[in-house]
Design a protein. Structure first.
Length: 354
């Protein structure tokens, strides 16, 4: 029974969240390709949420939740609506930020997510902050080390250590076209990315609160996607009044929308909701810096991009910081288990008095 508990509580969330980061990297490539074909970001967000809602609808009847809704339904519904609003605005802010800046800046700003989430979790008392304890010191140090490693990947390329294709390869040229070039409004892009990460961090905190009172991932994800689609409708009508922009061709745009709707909005949000319930918001936020190293290695394997020394060094630093946070979380859980409950303390006190 012990190994089953370890598998469910530790190994499975770790493996699933690694798969989530890999899928996000793949989605980013598809989004770049779709935007290069002229797909509107607003329309993309609307179709993605709508397809996810339709895909999750039959699952609501197949996997009926045994969890009861909270007695006070209005605060719960308000939290779900606010969660969907945060996720939608964060997604749209990220799309707009890419237009103003570049994917390089996006990779750097993504590293703010663990710091923002850890700070908010401490404020809302979801994380214990005892500066003198080794578990807290490990979590803080690991977070800073992971962010530093991600910055190394972004800011330092270094010499090429592995190369599969020449720089004039059609695959490489297409890849650089999809990545695009930085636009002049770099400051506005950076501000929008910072807003996006802050919104995602707040959404993780609210998601943890929602899953605590109603641990039904499928229902919560369905409601978030449905509300997100409803929110996107008036935004699309204002931003894209020409109905030609709403049409999807049979090219990369359709593939990106289907992938985002069925796989990302269902799989990624489902795994994150489940992991938040098991491990907390800080745990899932710590996987975000890994996406930069994953993107570097996936670009080398699938796109033939040269693998630079900076990517390898940064990946090693990220791994060290990541495992420091995992060690701190495990140490904290051990301490929590070893602490006596109120009844045990009362019993021991009464026994000592006798």
């Amino acid at each position: 029974m012990a190994w089953r508990h370890c598998w469910y509580k530790d190994v499975l969330p770790f493996t699933a969240l690694i798969a989530v980061e890999c899928s996000i990297v793949g989605l980013n490539i598809l989004i770049k390709a779709a935007s290069y074909k002229g797909l509107s970001n607003y329309v993309f967000s609307l179709y993605s949420s709508a397809i996810a809602s339709l895909g999750l609808l039959p699952l609501l009847f197949i996997f009926r939740s045994t969890s009861q809704l909270p007695a006070s339904k209005f605060p719960f519904c308000a939290r779900v609506f606010f969660l969907a609003l945060l996720l939608t605005v964060a997604q749209l802010s990220g799309y707009k930020a890419v237009e103003y800046s570049s994917p390089t800046l996006a990779s750097a700003m993504n590293n703010l997510l663990p710091a923002f989430t850890f700070t908010l979790a401490v404020i809302f008392r979801m994380e214990r902050l005892a500066i003198k304890s080794c578990s807290t010191q490990a979590k803080i140090a690991g977070t800073l080390v992971s962010i530093s490693g991600a910055l190394v990947v972004v800011l330092y390329k270094g010499p090429v250590i592995l190369s599969m294709m020449s720089s004039t390869s059609p695959s490489i040229l297409l890849h650089h076209q999809l990545l695009g070039s930085p636009s002049p409004n770099w400051v506005m892009g950076g501000l929008l990315f910072a807003v996006m990460e802050l919104l995602y961090s707040t959404a993780f905190i609210i998601l943890a609160q929602v899953m605590k009172v109603y641990p039904a991932e499928i229902v919560v994800i369905f409601l978030c996607n449905l509300i997100g689609a409803i929110i996107c409708i008036p935004i699309c009508l204002v931003a894209e009044p020409d109905m030609k922009a709403w049409k999807l061709g049979s090219d990369m745009s359709l593939v990106a929308v289907l992938y985002s709707g069925f796989f990302y909005s269902c799989f990624v949000l489902g795994i994150r909701s489940w992991a938040v319930r098991l491990k907390g918001p800080v745990y899932i936020a710590m996987f975000r810096p890994l996406s930069i190293a994953i993107a570097a290695f996936m670009s080398f394997i699938f796109l033939g991009d040269p693998l630079h020394l900076g990517s390898v060094i940064g990946a090693i630093i990220i791994t060290i910081g990541f495992y420091a946070v995992l060690w701190g979380k495990a140490k904290e859980e051990e301490t929590t288990k070893e602490e006596p409950t109120g009844l045990d303390s009362l019993a021991s006190d009464s026994h000592s008095k006798m």
